[in-house]
Design a binder for this molecule. Structure first.
Ligand code: ASP
Ligand code: MG
Length: 409
């Protein structure tokens, strides 16, 4: 079988870690399989490179940032290839360009357009184990691009798809996807299986196990992802189109504390008001998440929405502008909020789940400020200081501490 095995930054943080990962790769090879290894930059290398760039310039071109950031992963490839060779395994490092990863021109968050993995296939055919630098590709001008933070996941999934690999294993320091972040909810347990859609919701809700774009790519190309722990022997989590065959309404809960809430009070109840506000935000590249508009009263509406905390300042400024232009009555900005979400394919067409969640929050003394729902998600905006309590309450109300290991049929 052909395996793609991706190792995250904490799995290759030191030379010692790299030697242990090399042993692990060798163990798979010794079972008679072929492996394409994908590596992230060592430990916090990428953050350190970003800090250095910030220290030399306020205006950093996307091209130079990508040249700089791509070097983190390249270091890891050469070291990993050496560590494999030291174990007697013929190995060879490949940059994103060498691996044939072609992207668009969007520096810093490029999308993969095509993968031409001939060089990797030649290496495999010659009995050489390729070690590929994650997180990078090359655009049609032959400039290096990077795939967004966490983008080595995407590299691994794109290669698994292009090479028609039998398995795509994403190794990190956690034992897969949990029913909640175990640092917040100690009762959280690893999930045996979940669907792409559930994983996408969890990833965009702030669960940081896998890059969102990578999960989306896997869904689009039918790549089954196996998220596992590098140094712990645990079964990990399978992510595919089926998800778990359980009759649970909720699969997992997620918490995002890096958000802010902004509300415009008393704007006219007329066509074009919401469009005016949100077009302004969109023009400045600000993503909005939950939106509520109140029932109108006296031809006036209140509109509230949430944004990432990093965008709060810009969103506040633009909202104030819009408020004045619309002759609204006031602006509310709250930077002390959090979002708790319950995610599960089992929510589809099942009445009463939202009520159960609201009851759990009420019993925990948590006030709900905003509510948003999709087919497989219910989110509530609450005070940030109650975030942990709220998450644990929902986790318990849906019995998630005993749901993790459910088998599939
Ligand atoms: N090194 C990059 C990052 O820290 C990519 C990755 O680790 O996947 O975001
Ligand atoms: Mg990562």
């Amino acid at each position: 079988m052909l395996f793609v095995q991706k190792f995250g930054g904490s799995s290759v943080a030191t030379p010692d870690h790299i030697r242990r990962v090399a042993q692990k790769v060798k163990a798979t090879l010794d079972e008679g399989h072929q492996v394409v290894v994908v590596v992230s930059a060592m430990g916090d290398t990428t953050d350190e490179l970003v800090a250095k760039a910030e220290a030399v310039s306020d205006t950093r071109s996307g091209r130079e940032m990508d040249v700089l950031l791509s070097t983190g992963e390249i270091q890891s490839t050469a070291l990993m290839a050496m560590a494999l060779e030291a174990l007697g395994v013929p190995a060879r490092s490949f940059t994103g360009r060498d691996a044939g990863i072609l992207t668009d021109f969007d520096h810093g968050r490029a999308r993969i357009l095509a993968v031409h993995p001939q060089k990797l296939q030649e290496a495999l055919a010659a009995g050489v184990t390729p070690v590929v630098a994650g997180f990078q590709g090359v655009n049609a001008r032959d400039d290096v691009t990077t795939l967004g933070r966490g983008g080595s996941d995407l590299t691994a999934i794109a290669l698994a798809s292009a090479l028609k690999a039998d398995r795509c294993e994403i190794y990190s320091d956690v034992a897969g996807v949990f029913t909640a972040d175990p640092r917040v909810v100690p009762a959280a347990v690893p999930l045996a299986q979940l669907s792409y859609d559930e994983m996408l919701e969890l990833a965009s809700q702030g669960a940081q196990v896998l890059q969102t774009q990578a999960v989306d790519y896997a869904r689009g190309n039918g790549v089954v992802i196996h998220a596992r722990s590098t140094f712990q022997d645990a079964p990990g989590t399978i992510i595919d189109h089926r998800g778990a065959a359980t009759n649970q309404a909720v699969t997992a809960v997620a918490l995002n504390k890096r958000i802010a809430k902004i509300g415009l009070k008393g704007v006219p109840d007329a066509p074009g008001v919401a469009a005016h506000l949100f077009e302004k935000l969109a023009r400045h590249g600000i993503n909005i998440d939950l939106v509520i508009q109140s029932l109108s009263h006296e031809q006036l509406n209140d509109i509230a929405f949430t944004v990432a905390l990093d965008d709060a300042e810009a969103a506040e400024r633009l909202s104030r502008e819009a408020l004045e232009e619309l002759k609204g009555q006031g602006l509310v900005v709250d930077r002390n909020v959090a979002k708790v979400s319950a995610v599960g394919s089992g929510l589809l067409g099942r009445p009463g789940v939202a009520a159960r969640l609201f009851r759990a929050l009420a019993d925990a003394g948590v006030n709900i400020q905003m509510i948003g729902t999709s087919e497989i998600k219910i989110s509530c905006i609450i005070a940030r200081e109650q975030a942990e309590v709220a998450l644990s309450a929902i986790h318990e109300a849906f019995g998630l501490h005993e749901s993790g290991r459910l088998e599939t049929d």
